[in-house]
Unconditional design. Structure first.
Length: 471
């Protein structure tokens, strides 16, 4: 299906495109005229004329905006939604909500000490969010607020990025490097670059009088650096950061083919004094799907990695799964959740498949079959129910562009095993210092103003800029 839109203004353009794509997943949406369905939005000062046109009919809504831009955005979204609902006879569980951080709309309501029913009513009437999603959103917001309330204003996070993997997954963007012979030859220089950038970052942390409470080794698969390079980075960290303030160190061990005895033994030594949160991520327990998405391991390898981690005394283990992977149906996904529960992780992060613009999946989309939106939605509800039955609480949430069904990613954990870094980066109330290729630092100022600093995604460019050499 081809969908076109035309407007005399760029105002609310992101929401315009996002809501249309949510109602028509997989459709081509382009600026201009023609197409199977055509939208027009004309702005005349505070008045808006909105039109949906097909080959056999035209639906139109006229409405008036207000002086408050945020409120006007919501008015525009609701009218567009009403138009699309009338045409498609369809409702979206998340209504008009397009933001990455949905719990942010709940915080002001909780600050007003509104009753739960009043909050549900607001979310349902003003954003068209379903009853089930409203209740989930409130649960997550309360848990996030509880975590954030225990932090000092000076608290901050440090992210260390290693965007390299043994192979590139089908759904991953090209900015994550595959472990080729050339990339392998750069690992030593990449480590040196990281340490060089960290040295400069410590100065900035001191200038801002911040205290690092959470450190996150992400990627990619950080273990590909090798144990000696990993030791160098940790040694540098502990020589420069106050260990007494560090409440959590997350290490994305990720795939079992990057986990070995030396890595676990070293991290276990650190875990004796600090809380090391280890991530071992199956994504699915179905071996055929693992082959399709480009992973060189089986679920048996995941089980062995868990067993090894438990032998070394790790209790805080997270496990990522993805709902909506190519070729998987309802029973495949339910099997994954049931298999992962048997591993007893401290936390389970449930992702809904997102089709990234630069991923191989985007170009091979027509080669696979995918779950329909209703199935994805019912499985998200089923996941919440079964995980809560097993003692997991939803403690953080975020959404991404181009997610199947316009749904959500939710982190669940056993009480006391909340991922501190996850909440801090989602809620953007504290500084995030980020080092490494593709890393993005975020600095929070008065009035909730946020400035971002981006590092180059290409590791050769990153190394050359940091070390001032040609690579």
């Amino acid at each position: 299906m081809k969908i076109t839109y035309f407007s005399n203004s760029q105002r609310f353009l992101y929401d315009f495109q996002h809501i249309i794509r949510a109602f028509y997943p997989g459709a081509q949406v382009k600026f201009g005229h023609g197409g199977d369905i055509h939208f027009e939005a004309y702005f005349e000062e505070m008045k808006v004329f909105l039109k949906l046109q097909t080959q056999d009919k035209t639906i139109q809504k006229d409405f008036v905006l207000v002086s408050d831009e945020h409120e006007s955005k919501r008015i525009f979204g609701k009218n567009l939604y009403d138009l699309l609902k009338q045409e498609t006879k369809k409702e979206l569980p998340w209504g008009i909500l397009t933001g990455i951080r949905p719990t942010k709309i709940v915080y002001p309501l909780l600050d007003q000490s509104l009753k739960e029913e009043e909050i549900y009513k607001f979310m349902q009437e003003e954003y068209y969010i379903s009853d089930k999603k409203s209740k989930l959103l409130l649960k997550v917001a309360k848990n996030e607020m509880s975590i954030l309330s225990k932090l000092e204003p000076s608290s901050a996070c440090l992210y260390i990025g290693i965007p390299i993997c043994p192979t590139r997954c089908l759904y991953c963007s090209f900015s994550c490097h595959e472990m080729t012979r050339q990339v392998k030859s750069l690992l030593g220089m990449y480590t040196d670059s990281l340490i060089c950038e960290l040295e400069k970052t410590y100065q900035k942390i001191d200038e801002n009088k911040n205290r690092i409470v959470a450190v996150y080794f992400g990627g990619g698969s950080p273990a590909v650096l090798g144990i000696e390079n990993i030791k160098k980075i940790f040694t540098n960290l502990f020589e420069n950061l106050e260990k007494d303030y560090i409440r959590e160190i997350t290490f994305e061990a990720g795939r079992p083919d990057t986990i070995d005895e030396k890595l676990l033994q070293y991290l276990a030594e650190i875990n004796q004094d600090l809380n090391v949160r280890l991530c071992i991520n199956p994504q699915t327990s179905n071996d055929n799907t693992l082959k399709i998405i480009g992973r060189n391991h089986t679920f048996e390898d995941i089980k062995r990695a868990f067993a090894q981690a438990y032998e070394y005394g790790f209790k805080n283990i997270n496990s990522d799964v993805i709902l909506g992977l190519p070729g998987e149906g309802e029973n495949d996904y339910k099997k994954t959740i049931e298999d992962v529960l048997k591993l007893f992780p401290a936390s389970i992060t449930v992702h809904t498949l997102s089709v990234k613009r630069a991923s191989l999946l985007r170009f091979k989309w027509n080669e696979y079959e995918f779950m329909d939106e209703e199935t994805v939605n019912s499985l998200l509800d089923w996941t919440q129910d079964i995980l809560e039955e097993h003692g997991y609480i939803p403690y953080y949430m975020y959404r991404q562009k181009n997610m199947i069904g316009n749904f959500e990613n939710v982190g669940y954990c056993k009480r006391g095993f909340e991922g501190l870094y996850n909440v801090m980066i989602i809620q953007e109330k504290h500084n995030i210092y980020a080092c490494g290729a593709k890393a993005v630092s975020k600095f929070v100022y008065e009035g909730d103003r946020i400035e971002r600093v981006f590092n180059p995604a290409d590791i050769k460019l990153y190394i050359s800029r940091i070390l001032n050499i040609d690579v």
